[in-house]
Design a protein around this ligand. Structure first.
Ligand code: PLP
Length: 386
């Protein structure tokens, strides 16, 4: 089976991990701050906070922005459940904005009209979380203009988008947002096993995230509320979590980061080969906007009903049975039973639902061989043209 994604672990990665294991620190040591500094530099952000997962990162980024009970958080249905779940962890209310079926990202028109009606009912969101689906940045300038007009904060869920750029800046530079969150789960672009990271240009957000990652505890003299009892002294100022990344993971991340640009180049090469090959097959293909460079975490096609006399499910099963490890991204979050019990229902976000009904993510990973790419193309050709 050619998987839809696969991590790449080199000898250098293994050496980096082993070196950490035999050093003085296996957690909270120098690899964490080195990884954070390297990521901040890569993204041209003021700082970065490494955490145990993107889910943890979203949770404490929202909390650091003041999201709590009574807050309203909007995101898209076309995402992994974690984007919305993190808002529920904060006690906030979640609502969704439909996507643009072509970019598969948040629809600026849908966002604009939802904001207009929310303003009329005094129910404006405190936070909007755009998701850079498949590694393609959302239209951040437009979202940021709306944020200024309506007064909400922005956290970018960039779990798919490390190595992507928007205009002149790399995703994570937070030019148009308060914070950005990345994932280093093995299916993502670079990995730390499990792991995530928050970037921001706001020192308060960065400090709050660093504190929330470790139980809400600080030793920073500038933050202490009382006079220190002694050199051991610390204070717990908020109810935080243990969301720390280990040094073992950060060492792996640092080593992987040296290959990030090569990975993204290779992913874009594979995408170009797919797009070329599929041009005449009748599939809906991913689009770019001209001021972005996608990180190409996913190559998701739309299989229109009846193409090759197959519906999406039959096409998916036929690909799997021919050794192509396809996947589907995403079941719209509002259609998950837990969210339906909160009151969401089918038909509320027709573009995300239409996308879901046609979506198939094809294999996409940097070590994919030409033979593997050709196999995928041959199978898709055969099935779509029969
Ligand atoms: C993978 C993913 C997450 C969660 O990432 P973890 O690191 O596994 O917690 C959140 N949002 C999106 C869009 C993702 O793809």
């Amino acid at each position: 089976m050619i998987p839809y994604g696969r991590q790449d672990i080199t000898k250098a990665d293994i050496d980096a991990v082993v070196n950490t294991l035999t050093s003085d620190f296996i957690t909270q040591g120098p690899a964490i701050s080195a990884f954070e500094a390297a990521m901040a530099t890569y993204c041209t952000a003021a700082g970065a906070v490494a955490v145990s997962s993107a889910t943890a990162g979203l949770h404490i980024a929202y909390k650091a922005l003041g999201i709590g009970p009574g807050s309203r958080v909007w995101t898209v249905p076309n995402t992994f459940a974690a984007t919305a779940n993190a808002a529920l962890y904060c006690g906030a209310q979640v609502d969704f904005v439909d996507i643009d079926i072509n970019t598969r990202n948040i629809s600026i028109n849908a966002l604009t009209s939802k904001l207009q009606s929310a303003a009329a009912q005094a129910r404006l969101p405190d936070l909007v979380v755009p998701v850079h689906f498949s590694g393609l940045s959302c239209d951040m300038a437009a979202i940021s203009a709306l944020a200024k007009q309506y007064g909400f904060k922005i956290v970018e869920d960039a779990s798919h988008a490390i190595g992507a750029s928007y205009g002149a800046t790399n995703v994570g530079g937070c030019e148009f947002s308060d914070a950005t969150v990345f994932s280093f789960h093995p299916v993502k672009i670079i990995t730390t096993g499990e792991g995530g990271l928050i970037t921001s240009n706001d020192p308060d957000i960065l400090e709050n995230c660093a504190m929330l990652r470790t139980h809400g505890i600080t030793r920073d003299p500038a933050r202490l509320e009382r006079e220190a009892d002694g050199p051991w002294y610390y204070e717990m100022l908020d109810l935080g979590f243990n969301y720390r990344m280990t040094d073992i993971q950060a060492a792996l991340g640092l080593s992987q980061l040296t290959r990030l640009d090569t990975y993204v180049e290779r992913r874009n090469e594979i995408a170009a080969i797919y797009t070329d090959a599929f041009a005449e097959f009748g599939l809906g293909l991913p689009v770019d906007h001209n001021n972005t460079k996608s990180a190409r975490h996913l190559y998701t096609v739309h299989w229109p009903k009846g193409l090759g006399n197959l519906d999406r499910r039959a096409a998916f099963e036929a690909m799997r049975s021919r050794g192509i490890g396809v996947n589907v991204h995403y079941i719209p979050v509002h259609r998950l039973p837990y969210y339906e019990r909160l009151g969401f229902e089918a038909g509320q976000y027709p573009q995300a639902e239409a996308h879901y009904s046609m979506a198939i993510s094809l294999p996409m990973f940097p070590t994919m061989t030409t033979l593997e790419t050709n196999t995928v193309i041959d199978v898709v050709r055969t099935l779509s043209q029969q």
